[in-house]
Design a protein around this ligand. Structure first.
Ligand code: GDP
Ligand code: MG
Length: 180
């Protein structure tokens, strides 16, 4: 998805990125940390699909990422095809303290692949790495799943900001590589 800049100040890109993964893994907080530098300890699922647009500069060009967050429908396994439509990037998130959320990654990947184009830049994200004391998924398990599935991999913390900007910007960089 790209469009030319109406003001004529050069090229401008707009990329759709989706965040998927089980309920309560920290998807909404990863987005709010990245887009607004905010964290909410008691975040509730919002009503209706939401996205935020965040600009960043890649290789001297302004790139706008339209980042979509589920509105809690993942709880009912009811993320619709409209959510995925046109996505060129995806963060598949699990919670390093809950193994079941890691075991769901395969299902999310299947759904992503069913509903989107072949060239989607994908990052596996193990979130809540600040909770090392109650970790139940090893870094190694995360990394080897990512390798097996051909995904980038990063552990993040939306709470203390570890790797949040890096994870989004690596996906955006890869999308730029894919289109140019
Ligand atoms: P979502 O359902 O995937 O959108 O998850 P939320 O962003 O709503 O987060 C679910 C819960 O996990 C909330 O209580 C958050 O405060 C908490 N949370 C999210 N990210 C982190 C993190 O990186 N570290 C810790 N310790 N808690 C987190
Ligand atoms: Mg959410």
């Amino acid at each position: 998805m790209s469009s030319s800049d109406e003001e004529g100040s050069g090229e401008e890109y707009l990329f759709k990125i989706v965040i998927i993964g089980d309920s309560a893994v920290g998807k909404s907080n990863l987005l709010s940390r990245y887009a607004r530098n905010e964290f909410n300890a008691h975040s509730k699922a919002t009503i209706g699909v939401e996205f935020q647009t965040q600009s960043t500069e890649i290789d001297g060009k302004e790139v706008k990422a339209q980042i979509w967050d589920t509105a809690g429908q993942e709880r009912f396994r009811a993320v619709t095809s409209a959510y995925y439509r046109g996505a060129v990037g995806a963060l598949i998130v699990y919670d390093i303290t809950r193994k079941t959320t890691f075991e769901s990654v395969g299902r999310w990947l299947d759904e992503l692949k069913t509903h989107s184009d072949a060239a989607v830049a994908m990052m596996l994200v193990g979130n809540k790495c600040d909770l090392e004391n109650i970790r139940s998924v090893s870094v190694e398990d995360g990394r080897s799943l990512a390798e097996a599935e051909g995904l980038f991999f990063m552990e993040t913390s939306a709470l203390d900001s570890t790797n949040v900007k890096k994870a989004f910007e690596l996906v955006i960089q890869e999308i730029c590589n894919n289109v140019s």
